[in-house]
Design a binder for this molecule. Structure first.
Ligand code: SF4
Length: 221
């Protein structure tokens, strides 16, 4: 299994070097900017977020400015993403919490990140991976799908994202000290090649070690 994992990592990263997507939030190491991107990206597309991300950060460059934001201005700005009332209230609460509890500084410990309003394991790990290359996975339904198809590992829980076994398996795939590139590579690979519907198996660089490809999709319903 370790040999297959190593092959998977190498093939994935080689593919990603030539196929990576570029978004403004991938260029920052600022934990606030990373968390804002993760919160905006929920239930909408990267394209939509790209339209307002820079403007958002120039109007609200830190937690304190977000805490002091006029809620109606915030809703107006968030309109293109949809659910602007919910999003605006959550973001304001997030800003206020950091202003009051941490004097406007984002804490960089997992437990403290997880206490921030609107921040779950995925967003907390994004901060840890992108700011200091901590060896943590960004496990979402896309990563879970890739693990299932390539390695045949499936969660028995109704919400696979809450399954510790899947988290632990995902952790074993992270190449030491290179978690940012690996996590971004998985994101791009799942979006461009190993898509939920109609995966592009015939042009996939990983197909020779993929169980789904070997066994045919009927086994994977
Ligand atoms: S061969 Fe198909 S199912 Fe397997 S990883 Fe590639 S795209 Fe996904």
């Amino acid at each position: 299994m370790q040999n297959k994992k190593n092959q998977f990592i190498r093939l994935l990263l080689d593919w990603w070097e030539k196929n990576k997507r570029d978004f403004p939030w991938r260029h920052t190491k600022d934990p606030y900017s990373i968390l804002i991107a993760e919160m905006l990206l929920r239930k909408t597309t990267a394209k939509q977020v790209e339209k307002i991300y820079s403007q958002f950060l120039s109007l609200y460059p830190d937690p304190n400015s977000l805490a002091n934001a006029d809620i109606n201005d915030l809703k107006e700005l968030l309109k293109p993403l949809g659910m602007e009332h919910k999003r605006a209230e959550l973001l304001k609460r997030f800003g206020l919490y950091i202003k009051e509890k941490y004097d406007g500084e984002i804490p960089l410990e997992l437990e403290k990140l997880l206490e921030l309003p609107g921040v779950g394991m995925y967003a907390a790990n994004a901060v840890l991976s992108f700011t200091s290359s901590k060896n943590v996975p960004l496990l979402d339904t896309n990563f879970i799908r890739v693990i299932y198809r390539v390695f045949g590992i499936k969660s028995q829980k109704s919400r696979a994202r809450d399954d510790r076994k899947i988290w632990e398996f995902a952790e074993t795939l992270i190449p030491h000290g290179n978690s940012k590139n690996f996590n971004l590579a998985i994101l791009d690979f799942a979006a461009l090649v190993c898509r939920a519907k109609k995966p592009k198996c015939s042009e996939c660089p990983i197909r020779n070690i993929c169980l789904y490809y070997k066994m045919g999709d009927k086994k994977y319903k």
